[in-house]
Ligand binder design. Structure first.
Ligand code: NAP
Length: 475
């Protein structure tokens, strides 16, 4: 068992350990101390890898792995409220969104348990060539080895789940480094895994200086795969620095949505208002750029702006709150500077653009030129742009006008237009008549271009954590 909610040790080789120094975690809303966590350094990271290596000497059979994963899902259900409160306290995530995240993590573990039970290779049609005739061949799916997992602050539980659960399903031990701002959700999950019967060393959790711990994961040859979710600058550097490892990236986006004039505009406005500002826009698929066919522009805004203005800004611990704080003052100041850049360049702030106390109000910007940061970079704040277009081609070009490619969406009554958008939007996923913020945890989720190089969702992630081994038998 970990010690208390407010003073947490690290998990290395099945032991909860102190290190002599601490990382303080403060509420992004009030600045109050949420708790402190033992701070790991490079030597602890090496010990964690030693423990993972030792654990993998005794492989866990698939049925045991599946049972553990199912048990964790059950424990997440039993301790749902505590889990949601932990997410909310450390990330400043409004409680209602934190509860959704806690429920989704159950689904991630449940889906991973299914994958553990059906992990299998395939037979090779050997007599399809002369060379293979008279032989039988098949592949086994083998765990790749130790997985280094690095996760961001914005979904401190479910994005950790998306790494731990498929890695365990694949039979890999994990060394996890959660975001320093939000380590408690990850450590709570580690506690649940231990209670569920995960033997020592299969999961090790380190909190501490990112570069120092990251360097060990990059440099130690025993770590065979790194799974990273976070910003694109950090992610692509890891790929460069570890060319011989499988480095899998889930990165940012500048999420576009096209609204055609034939769409149900009120429904579109409702979904966009809910998904541009939830968790203050700090989701990699938060709606950021809305392109509206010119004939429908005024009507869409007439539905959209009142819904945005009705969002409740405030304390994330308050049941009514929709929009809470950004993760820290630096993030808030950066987003304010991007809004100012747009304003100075002639864009119109239709609502928001300023602070409500310390909190940034939901902001809608019109006439933002495509080269402005709010139009092509990832805002990661409660900001969205609205822009009128004349032709479908123009809408596609505007939506694709970013280095990112995670998810995009279109609202239209025409199946033909929807399918054309699905073909032409350069993104890993396209939603139709739903905000592209939508994600169910079994979906193949991931990006193209600067948004990453993999797909998460247990059925897909599990492939990244396994390798084929070929067996050939002379008949
Ligand atoms: P971040 O600053 O890149 O941090 C992500 C993780 O990387 C943290 O654990 C961080 O540790 C660690 N890190 C930082 N520098 C490192 C280094 N040199 N070596 C190894 N690890 C390092 O990202 P964030 O601000 O937490 O998260 C926001 C970003 O994540 C956004 O761009 C968002 O779009 C993206 N995201 C993507 C997805 C997706 O599935 N595609 C989902 C959620 C978020 P510290 O916390 O200790 O600095």
């Amino acid at each position: 068992m970990a010690t208390t909610a407010s003073e947490q040790k690290l998990l290395i080789g099945g032991e909860w350990v102190e290190t002599g120094s601490w990382v303080d975690v403060r509420s992004p809303y009030s600045g109050e101390l949420v708790g402190r966590v033992a701070k790991a350094g490079a030597a602890d990271a090496r010990r964690a890898i030693d423990a993972a290596e030792a654990a993998m000497q005794e492989p866990l059979p698939a049925h045991k792995r599946a049972e553990i994963l199912v048990r964790v899902a059950g424990y997440l259900g039993r301790r749902h409220e505590e889990v949601a409160q932990t997410i909310s306290a450390e990330a400043g995530k409004p409680l209602k969104a934190a509860r959704v995240e806690a429920a989704r993590a159950m689904s991630t573990f449940t889906m991973a348990a299914v994958e553990a039970r059906k992990l299998t290779g395939e037979t090779v049609p050997m007599d399809a060539s002369q060379a293979g005739a008279g032989k039988l061949a098949f592949t086994l799916r083998r765990p790749i080895g130790i997985v280094g997992a690095i996760s961001p602050f914005n979904f401190p539980l479910n994005l950790v789940a998306h790494k731990l659960a498929p890695a365990l399903a694949a039979g890999c031990a994990v060394v996890l480094k959660p975001a320093s701002q939000t380590p408690f959700s990850a450590l709570l999950l580690a506690e649940l895994e231990t209670e569920a019967g995960l033997p020592p060393g299969w999961l090790n959790v380190l909190v501490g200086p990112a570069a120092e711990l990251g360097d060990v994961l990059v440099e130690d040859e025993r770590v065979r795969a790194i799974t990273f979710t976070g910003s694109s600058g950090v992610g692509w550097k890891l790929v460069e620095r570890a060319p011989r490892k499988r480095v899998k990236l889930e990165l940012g986006n500048a999420t576009p949505v096209i609204v055609e004039a034939d769409a149900d505009l009120e429904d579109a406005a409702t979904r966009l208002a809910a998904n541009a500002f939830a968790f203050a826009g700090q989701s990699c698929i938060s709606v950021q750029r809305v392109y509206v066919q010119r004939d429908a522009y005024d009507e869409l805004l007439s539905h959209f702006l009142p819904k945005v203005e009705a969002l409740v800004v405030g304390d994330p611990a308050d049941e009514a709150t929709d929009v809470g704080p950004l993760i820290d003052a630096d993030a808030r100041d950066r987003v304010l500077a991007w809004i100012e850049e747009a304003r100075a360049a002639g864009a119109t702030i239709l609502t928001g653009g300023d602070l409500d106390g310390e909190l940034l109000r939901p902001t809608v910007i019109a006439n933002a030129a495509p080269e402005l940061k709010v139009s092509c970079e990832e805002v990661f704040g409660p900001v969205c742009t609205v822009t009128a277009y004349d032709t479908f081609d123009e809408a596609i070009e505007l939506a694709n006008g970013t280095r990112y490619g995670l998810q995009a969406g279109i609202f239209t009554a025409s199946i033909k237009t929807a399918l054309a958008a699905a073909q032409r939007l350069e993104f890993g996923g396209v939603t139709v008549n739903e905000a592209p913020t939508f994600r169910a945890d079994q979906m193949p989720y991931g990006g193209v271009k600067d948004s990453g190089n993999t797909r998460e969702g247990p059925a897909y992630a599990v492939r990244e954590f396994t390798e084929d081994r070929l067996v050939v038998i002379e008949l």
